[in-house]
Design a binder for this molecule. Sequence first.
Ligand SMILES: *Cc1c(COP(=O)(O)O)cnc(C)c1O
Length: 216
Amino acid sequence: MSLEEIKSRIAKAETDAGRSKGSVTLIAVSKKQRDERVEEVLIAGHRCFGENRVQEAAGKWPDFRQRFDGVDLHIIGPLQTNKARQAMELADAIHSVDRPKLATTIARLAQELGQCPDLFIQVNTGEEDQKAGVLPTDADGFIRDCRDLDLPVKGLMCIPPVTEDASLHFAHLARIAERNGVAGLSMGMSGDFEKAISHGATHVRVGSAIFGERAY
Ligand SMILES: *Cc1c(COP(=O)(O)O)cnc(C)c1O
């Protein structure tokens, strides 16, 4: 599938959901893709990308940024506290704020650096042990604590369990966002981004449907 096809499917999903054109941001997830494929998507004019590892992002994006203007880079994977500074210096958004220690670290670094990326709080809507994110019952309190730290909470993020209907999780995340007055919803991947858009996604994170299978 191509970038153009994904963009037109997003546009159709926006229309079908009665949402305005361009209300959904496509984050092209370039993790573990060959540089040539990423470059093709940059040449096609796309500028918003997602990486799940800081190390990998730091290895390729400074170079791409030298050659392409206006890159908007999102860190979407679990973030270790000791990588927070590097992530904040590199990225325009972090989608994986998921615990108090990380929030306080980001708040301290934001003071020091005089800048902070847009932040999304990850919610573990499926309450899965292996998955990052605050539990749904802790979400309201954590959002409040982040705001008390003056963090720019732009949205919530979730990754539904693979074995369940993603719609329930998208709807749940949307409810948590709504009751907390959070505008952004980072949800939906290659297999379910249209469903996510129908539930109000503002950011979809699409990798393999754009780039093909990842090279592990
Ligand atoms: C890899 C990844 C994606 C993209 O997954 P695809 O199925 O390739 O679209 C989205 N979100 C996160 C957090 C990821 O790690």
